[in-house]
Design a protein around this ligand. Structure first.
Ligand code: ZN
Length: 240
């Protein structure tokens, strides 16, 4: 099977549509949460994912948008954007977000937003944190987002090493337990402003990372028009 893995779309419909156009034919689309938050089009992004039958998990922003207490832990700008999101999303969007599971096992893959230890909040940003997840993982491969940075964490000989992933990077995840992060569709934070995602070939057990240009200025203009925080809009330009 050829599967597109998307994460951290963050209400950025322009980026999502650019990615979906780039993907071509796939057998499934999986998402790793933070479908909403920050960006200007939460309803349209959820409608698009629901329309293509994407399956996935809940991120901290999705939980907060559905009414959860997670909003208490947001920084002031993220909180303002989340209050904006909560006030505007349609009931059907809220219901779709509320129904997302915290973790999901599909085929040979564990899907979470943060980590396998703490699926909502933990950022996998170091080898010891990645190792804790790999140690409890029950599938050959784990898929996670949350950091907005495309990466692989590979366990071999009891040790874990991290490998940043760029455009067209390919990795065989056949023999070793591996965590894979597709990066962020809607708000990349690795210094490259292009939308990031990955393609899993589950027959060959190979992952490929991809980057896609989209109309960033249109999204910034849309965010400013609806009075979302300017800093959240302008960071899209820099991918940070
Ligand atoms: Zn996120």
């Amino acid at each position: 099977m050829r599967i597109a893995v998307l994460s951290d779309i963050h209400s950025n419909l322009v980026a999502l549509d650019a990615v979906l156009a780039h993907i071509g034919t796939v057998d499934a689309v999986w998402h790793l949460g933070d479908v909403v938050g920050y960006g200007p089009e939460p309803d349209a992004v959820v409608e698009r994912l629901a329309g293509i039958g994407a399956v996935g998990v809940r991120g901290n922003h999705d939980a907060a948008a559905a009414g959860g207490p997670e909003i208490e832990y947001f920084n002031p700008e993220a909180r303002r954007a989340m209050e904006w999101t909560r006030a505007r999303i349609a009931p059907v969007t809220r219901d779709w977000l509320a129904a997302l599971p915290e973790r999901l096992i599909v085929d040979d893959a564990s899907l979470v937003h943060g980590s396998l230890v703490d699926p909502t909040w933990e950022y996998v940003t170091s080898a010891p944190i990645a190792k804790a997840s790999l140690d409890v993982m029950t599938t050959p491969v784990g898929l996670h987002g949350h950091t907005h940075v495309p990466m692989a964490w590979i366990k071999a000989g009891g040790r874990v090493r991290g490998a940043p992933a760029g455009t067209d990077d390919r990795l065989s995840y056949d023999a070793r337990p591996t965590l894979l992060n597709p990066g962020s569709v809607g708000q990349p934070r690795d210094g490259d402003p292009k939308a990031s995602y990955m393609i899993l070939d589950t027959d060959e057990r190979v992952v490929t990372w991809q980057r896609v240009a989209y109309d960033i200025e249109a999204v910034i203009a849309a965010m400013v028009t609806v009075d979302l925080p300017v800093r959240l809009a302008e960071r899209l330009r820099h991918g940070l």
